[in-house]
Design a protein around this ligand. Structure first.
Ligand code: GLY
Length: 353
């Protein structure tokens, strides 16, 4: 059994939020006077509280990246979101491994961490990779040592609920034949319910009152992944990208599809050509569908048998979301309150899994 599972509860749950929050401000910019540009924040559907908090910070003069990081930190610390940070679903060995990346428009800086263990706020660590190293990406033990050096507290990210879900997966889908699942009527309802849900991750792009951009993507990645598997979230150009002169973009869903298409870079490139966010997100969705050649990943009509969602905001404050399959939403705050809006689907029907 993994070290993470053995060390469960080495810190009390009530202390976790406080400790995580204490490190959250590391590397943040001082506030500056508010400008005249209309601020906009976009996020994935799990980011309603994220856009609310980020908008509040933008209106108080926060840097757009700092606002986005603090917005997603709410979800990173939320044990009920099983796709991000604390409470995320672990890898196949029961260890929660986090990926996150940030980009900062005014400096065109970027930083990321991958396969990071025991740190509640990987996006804040990614900001320090950007600001306090000569590099863009730190992984695994090196990323953890870097976070420790900057005073991030270590906690056990595996909640009891996530552990039960992992255990059920191990007893039903894992490689070890010695593991035996309980009868269905003895299964914890939260475990049964979980396996009906789709994947998550959170992206947030923020446009501040000076017309500057910042973005972040943070995730616990693919459920029950092979240890060391890294998705698109910490890869600049795949899970997020920005150009302060054009706009910002990010994605959630099957990361391998974005790695193979540099989806976020491609969306921003569409904006650079003078096209709209709506054209950018649909172009990314079409690319993923067109390049998905593996028979294992196609339905009977040759369409992807997975979903990917794309989010984009332009320098002038227009925004759009798209998904491969119908039913996806994104969170937005453009001064008129935080709300969920529909993503435009490439295919008119929902994904049948
Ligand atoms: N898009 C998140 C992941 O694939 O890890």
């Amino acid at each position: 059994m993994s070290q993470n599972v053995n060390r469960r509860d080495f810190i009390s749950a009530s202390a976790i939020a406080t400790l995580g929050a204490s490190a959250l401000g590391l590397g943040a910019e001082p506030r500056r006077p508010v400008g005249n540009h209309r601020p906009v924040v976009i996020s994935s559907a799990n980011g309603l509280r994220t856009v609310e908090r980020a908008m509040e910070l933008l209106k108080a003069g926060a840097d757009p990246l700092d606002a986005a990081i603090e917005g997603v930190a709410i979800v990173e610390a939320d044990p009920s979101d099983r796709t991000v940070g604390y409470g995320g679903i672990p890898n196949e060995e029961g260890v929660v491994e986090l990926d996150a990346a940030v980009m900062h428009g005014p400096t065109h800086g970027g930083g990321s961490v991958a396969s990071l263990h025991n740190i509640m706020h990987p996006a804040a660590v990614a900001r320090l990779v950007m600001k306090r190293t000569d590099h863009c990406l730190l992984v695994g033990e090196g990323a953890l040592k870097f976070a420790r050096a900057h005073g991030f507290p270590e906690i056990n990210l595996l909640t009891d609920e996530a552990r039960k879900i992992w255990l059920h997966w191990k007893e039903t889908n894992g490689k070890e034949s010695d593991w035996i699942a309980p009868p269905d009527n003895e299964l914890d309802p939260l475990v049964r319910e979980f396996f009906k849900r789709e994947h998550g991750t959170i992206h947030c792009s923020a446009l501040d009152t000076h017309g500057n951009l910042g973005c972040v993507t943070t995730t616990s990645g693919l459920y029950f992944k092979i240890p060391g598997r890294v998705g698109d979230s910490p890869i600049l150009g795949a899970g997020l990208y920005l150009d302060n002169a054009a706009g910002s973009a990010g994605s959630t869903g099957r990361g391998e599809a974005n790695l193979l298409n540099c989806s976020s870079f491609a969306m921003v490139d569409v904006l650079r050509r003078g096209l709209s966010p709506q054209e950018a997100v649909l172009e990314a969705a079409k690319r993923v569908a067109a390049t998905n050649k593996s028979p294992r990943l196609r339905d009977a009509k040759g369409r992807p048998n997975f979903d990917v969602k794309f989010y984009c905001v332009s320098k002038d404050g227009r925004f759009a979301g798209a998904s491969l399959w119908a039913g996806a939403k994104m969170a937005v705050h453009d001064g008129e309150g935080a709300r969920l809006v529909d993503c435009t689907p490439l295919y008119p029907e929902p994904l049948v899994s």
